[in-house]
Ligand binder design. Structure first.
Ligand code: ATP
Ligand code: MG
Ligand code: MG
Length: 549
């Protein structure tokens, strides 16, 4: 969009290009830690990083930030790649921080040789205590004055597995009085005897985020390293390492992470929801994960559009989940094929329609586009399923649906008038009896009759059974993460299952990810675990915003 004003990162990049910095080259990266599935917050970062690469004729790397062997897994690597591609982006190179372990080790040795790093034997508690407070300077531990030779030996021994977890760490030697706590001799390496998903048991020391990230950026010659606001205080350390190592000067820029109402957005919390059974899996359609949204029926375009609309800010904010719902509704209104389904069925019998007769009515797939994207056949017969709430025994004046003496049009079909109904022993209506007007067929109506309401229906003899799952928000609280226990406000009614709904027969052709508007009901897609024997549809979103205040 040409008229859209630049966000602050685009302004920086354009000025860098103009000044000829890095010869005008733009290389960004998306650096997920493979310790969980991607969520909608990551989508914001993906759209930003890949979007900049595309916009400025540059590239974007996918770098797995895999420096923490304990929580990382290949399953996550695969899901992350799938999600990025599904969103419509392609990385230039697939890279792993673990591929740089040897180089990073060399960098650490270099810092030691420059007298800029030392091995500390203090415990984590001792180090924390000696760091001081924001108002009080820290004090050196007894190990700060170790000689370069001793540090080199000890660091090599650390690598060779001579020490147990936590026995020693490598720290940068910077400034124990710095007002920035991150500069008070931050940890660079820790000992962790753990199996790594890629390097196996080769390493028992692992670089800390602050030592790995900037150097990895530099190794790849990333020009603009974009991360979220909480890394602002880390930036001086990012620059310090690059400066002292005299390596390629990547630069870090920070933007506000995406926060969204009625959900949580941290992999740790999402993992808890899965592990503790609050949801079925990472791709449960109630999850804010990319895979959950995909299974729910969100399209890549709707998510990209959402990220575009929320923009890129320098200040934390909270985005209303209705905006995401608005984006998918807007997309599906244009793209979803229209179909009929009855979720809470009662039978409608057309008493003057010939027994055994079947008509093939024709319905357009998508009235929103020219040509309608083709048509499908809808069988019509004497007995139809209609929604229970489309009939009222004592209908009020403005009820433009069925009740004794009332007429409606059956979508794509005829006008019918109700003359009777049947109740069971509990007083529940089980059948509605109507007559139809033979010359009132949609498209060739010569009856001259006018009715106000149109209702959807499915022919009893031709209907397919389906389970329909309707989702609500996962949390009652607008900001569950702000509570002491985020799980306290879980919505126990976030999944409503309709075990036996009836859908029109053409829906046997439905595939997961293809959106359907069930007329008057909402947007739906076939669940990824649906089978021909047990058909399952997920409601993506309602037709209208039922949450609007
Ligand atoms: P989480 O806290 O959910 O585990 P993370 O930041 O630890 O997220 P990473 O895998 O490290 O997850 O994230 C990869 C990239 O995605 C990082 O650059 C990070 O800044 C970005 N990112 C993560 N969460 C969000 C968010 N809510 N909004 C925008 N960007 C995000
Ligand atoms: Mg992270
Ligand atoms: Mg995290």
């Amino acid at each position: 969009n040409e008229e859209k004003s630049l966000n602050f990162i685009e302004e920086i990049i354009e000025s860098d290009i103009q000044s000829g910095k890095h010869d005008g080259r733009v290389l960004t990266r998306f650096p997920p830690e493979p310790n969980g599935y991607l969520h909608i917050g990551h989508a914001k970062s993906i759209c930003l990083n890949f979007g900049l690469g595309l916009k400025y004729n540059g590239k974007t790397n996918l770098r797995f930030d895999d420096t923490n062997p304990v929580t990382e897994d290949t399953e996550y690597v695969e899901s992350i790649k799938q999600d990025i591609q599904w969103l419509g982006f392609q990385w230039a190179e697939e890279l792993y921080t673990s591929d740089y372990f040897e180089t990073l080790y060399g960098y650490a040795v270099e810092l030691i040789k420059k007298g800029l790093a030392y091995v500390d034997d203090s415990t984590a508690e001792e180090i924390a205590a000696a760091k001081g407070t924001p108002t009080e300077p820290g004090v050196p531990t007894p190990y700060r004055s170790r000689s370069i030779e001793e540090n080199l030996t000890l660091f090599e021994e650390m690598r060779n597995g001579k020490y147990n977890d936590g026995e020693k760490v490598l720290r940068a030697k910077i400034d124990l009085a710095s007002p920035n706590m991150h500069l008070r001799d931050p940890l660079l390496y820790r000992i962790k005897h753990a199996h790594h998903h890629r390097t196996g048991d080769k390493w028992c020391i692992y670089p800390m985020y602050d030592f790995a990230h900037g150097q990895s950026d530099s190794i790849e010659k990333i020009t603009h390293s974009i991360c979220t606001l909480e890394f602002i205080p880390h930036r001086p350390l990012y620059d310090w390492c690059i400066d002292k190592l005299e390596i390629f000067p990547s630069k870090q820029y920070e933007f506000a992470r995406l926060n969204m109402t009625y959900t949580v957005m941290s992999k740790r919390k999402l993992l808890q929801l899965v592990n503790e059974g609050f949801v079925e899996s990472w791709d449960d359609p109630r999850m804010p994960t990319i895979s959950g949204l995909r299974r729910r029926g969100y399209t890549p375009a709707s998510i990209r559009n959402f990220c575009d609309r929320i923009g890129v800010q320098k200040r934390e904010n909270m985005i209303d989940m209705s905006l995401l719902e608005f984006c998918i509704r807007e997309d599906l209104n244009q793209t979803a094929w229209r179909r009929m389904a009855v979720l809470d069925p009662i039978k409608l019998v057309i008493t003057n329609y010939p027994e055994g007769q079947v008509e093939e009515l024709i319905g357009e797939n998508n009235p929103e586009v020219e040509g309608g994207e083709g048509t499908r056949v809808i069988p019509f017969s004497k007995e139809l399923w209609i929604e229970r709430d489309d009939f009222m025994e004592d209908a009020p004046k403005k009820f433009f649906r069925l009740g004794p003496g009332l007429s409606v049009r059956l979508k794509h079909g005829y006008i019918v008038t109700c003359h009777d109904f049947v109740k069971d022993e509990h007083g529940q209506v089980t059948e509605v009896h109507c007559t139809y007007v033979p010359n009132s067929k949609s498209g060739e109506d010569t009856s001259g009759l006018k009715v106000k309401g149109t209702i959807h229906w499915v022919s009893v003899a031709h209907a397919k059974e389906a389970e329909v799952r309707q989702y609500d928000r996962l949390f009652h609280d607008e900001n569950p993460a702000a509570a002491e226990d985020f799980k306290a406000s879980i919505n126990n009614d976030s999944l409503q299952i309709i075990e036996k709904a009836y859908v029109e027969p053409d829906l046997i052709h439905a595939v997961p990810g293809k959106g359907y508007q069930f007329i008057r009901l909402g947007y739906f897609t076939l669940d990824t675990k649906s089978t021909p024997e047990h058909v399952v549809f997920n409601r993506t979103v309602t037709l209208k915003d039922s949450w609007a205040k």
